[in-house]
Design a protein around this ligand. Structure first.
Ligand SMILES: Cc1cc2nc3c(=O)[nH]c(=O)nc-3n(C[C@H](O)[C@H](O)[C@H](O)COP(=O)(O)OP(=O)(O)OC[C@H]3O[C@@H](n4cnc5c(N)ncnc54)[C@H](O)[C@@H]3O)c2cc1C
Length: 391
């Protein structure tokens, strides 16, 4: 079997691995990126046309530097690839009476969003129901005692295009990409790591594992206990003939009850389309990435429509246009793990980022590249360290 020698090997070229490979290659680091499929693909956590991005993230202030850097990176990347990657159509967060509602495990998600916007001087407005509906009639189902936050600089990303553009730029900067190549094991060797794939052996000083929902297969303890993989579903519903979605409609997160499952998020119709994508999250059933049921039953779409959209999102019919299954990989506190592996020297772990990672991925690429290069960094990775868990 061929042996390849490099400085850094990146395992997994999805949202995180593509960004890290791009950042390392453009710093002049010899990098080999490996993926079992040919990203962008629809087998992991980064497919489905769109991902929400918002700067005042209610998950906490520690994430803000990543998303702010990412917004800069997406614009640079657009210039480099000549494609539209980031639509800054604005982002709306709706919470129940007195700001009630939980999202990604944060009971104070709405209040944190507003506080974070104020702390980081992120442009935003808090709106009453009538103000919001006058501007965006699709939110007609909002109650008068609910609260809305509007961030004009939020919007949506095109995940498949972002990944493809970063991988193309990494290759132009001399990265080697081994696609349709499965990493089978990672071992320590004197002064570095040995990564065995089904096609070649790679010897490197460092390895980054960004293998998404498959990460535990490679990482062992304590990750198999800390990372849980969950099937999620995305649904596209057709618009009613008289639907009124203004051309500048935002993405939204709508919390209508107290629990994490009492919410849905959605996107405006994409240019030229007469449907909207919406989804919620489930945190009850775990799976393994290789056993994912990729078929989404019509009853699942109907259940989502009945529980979340009916009577809330105006102008959207229950006619299902499309549906897809996707994977979340979550930690116990629904935060990220960005840290050295505790027992595998030379291995840096980038967890699959618990269902809210895409918006941060370009910034995480920069942060991880700076960490590996020993460069000064604007990012503090301490809140994402493994030691916060009882390992
Ligand atoms: C339905 C859904 C909606 C989401 N919505 C949002 C949103 O609106 N906003 C937001 O910010 N985030 C969102 N997220 C989260 C975000 O998309 C993820 O955090 C992010 O895409 C994860 O990227 P990743 O690189 O960790 O995983 P992936 O993109 O899945 O990449 C992992 C890669 O590793 C490869 N791999 C795995 N094992 C091996 C191996 N042994 N050898 C070689 N390669 C391997 C896989 O093939 C894959 O390409 C959502 C996620 C889902 C599923």
């Amino acid at each position: 079997m061929q042996t390849i020698r490099t400085d850094v090997v990146v395992v997994g070229l999805g949202a995180m691995g593509a960004a890290i490979t791009d950042q390392l290659a453009r710093r002049g680091v010899a990098v080999v990126g490996v993926d079992r499929f040919a990203p962008p693909h629809d087998r992991g956590s980064s497919h489905g046309e769109t991902r929400i991005t918002r700067q005042a993230v209610g998950e906490g202030a520690a994430y803000v530097p990543f998303v702010l850097a990412s917004h800069r990176h997406w614009r640079e990347l657009e210039s480099a690839c000549g494609e539209s990657l980031f639509e800054a159509c604005g982002a709306v967060v709706i919470a129940g009476a007195a700001g009630r509602g939980s999202h990604h495990g944060k009971q104070d998600f709405f209040a944190t969003t507003v506080a974070t916007a104020e702390r980081f001087a992120i442009e935003h407005r808090c709106l009453e129901r009538d103000e919001l509906v006058a501007r965006f009639p699709q939110f007609a189902g909002m109650h008068r005692d609910q609260h809305a936050y509007f961030e004009p600089g939020g919007g949506y990303l095109r995940p498949e295009r972002c990944i493809a553009a970063q991988l193309a730029r990494a290759e132009r900067a001399s990265a080697t990409l081994l696609l349709d190549t499965k990493v089978e094991r990672i071992d320590n060797r004197s002064g570095g790591v040995r990564v065995t794939t089904d096609k070649a052996v790679i010897e490197a000083d460092r390895a980054v594992v960004a293998a998404g929902a498959w990460a535990t297969d490679l990482l062992g303890a304590p990750f198999e206990r800390l990372l849980t993989v969950r099937r999620q579903t995305l649904h596209w519903f057709g618009l009613e003939a008289d639907a009124r979605f203004p051309a500048d409609s935002p993405v939204h997160i709508w919390m209508h009850g107290a629990g994490d499952a009492d919410y849905f998020y959605g996107f405006p119709p994409l240019p030229g389309e007469r449907s909207v994508k919406v989804a919620t999250e489930q945190d009850r059933v775990a799976t393994h990435a290789d056993q994912l049921d990729r078929q989404v039953a019509a009853t699942e779409s109907q259940a989502l429509f009945d529980a979340h959209l009916r009577g809330r999102l105006a102008g959207v019919s229950s006619r299902v246009v499309d549906a897809a299954a996707c994977l979340y990989t979550v930690t116990p506190d629904q935060g990220f793990i960005l840290d050295d592996h505790p027992t595998m020297p030379g291995v840096f772990v980038v967890s699959a980022c618990s269902g809210h990672g895409f918006k941060h991925s370009a910034g995480i690429g920069q942060a991880v590249a700076e960490r590996l290069c020993g460069a000064e960094s604007e990012f503090d990775l301490a809140p994402f360290a493994l030691e916060r868990f009882d390992t």
